[in-house]
Design a protein. Sequence first.
Length: 195
Amino acid sequence: MATIGENLRRIRKARGVGQVELAEASGVAQPTISDIERGRREPHPATLRKLADPLGAELAEFFAQEHPPTPPKAPLTDEPEDRFNKRFATPDADSAEALHKRLDAELDKLLAHVRGLEASGIGDGDLRLKQARRRRAEGKRRTLAAGMRATDLALNADFGRDMEIHDTVAAYIGKAQETAESIEAENTEAHPEAS
């Protein structure tokens, strides 16, 4: 991952600006610029703003990664749906909760990967970003379903409830969409002026 100093040097050189010239234009001392570029000093945000203006750079460029991050391993998210549903259909609340926690940890990595790609400056049309967003969406879908299943199993086991238990991600996601649509319809009926 590129450091702020490495990015400053790259941007400065790409614009054909020397350290002395940047110092004069920005009001930041040349030794300070050198120290930042060499990683000897962490720049204050105000200093970065002073350096960005004469370079015609956005602050985000100082934080960009030269090389987009590599995709994280997410075996539960990437597992084919039919195989995942067999794993998903665990019979007890503890196993369902453990699966939910593992999916949640994968989702954190997938979210960070998308943020890293976006910060690296690749465009929305880039295949890597599209794939990362698709994986993130699937991770969210499976995490949500696993959480709902774990909750339903726990309610049945711990409180004697009779929650309907589904054995597929699609069944839980369909249930969640129906609930959201029902709530939206109720809100529209209760507040017709808002629609």
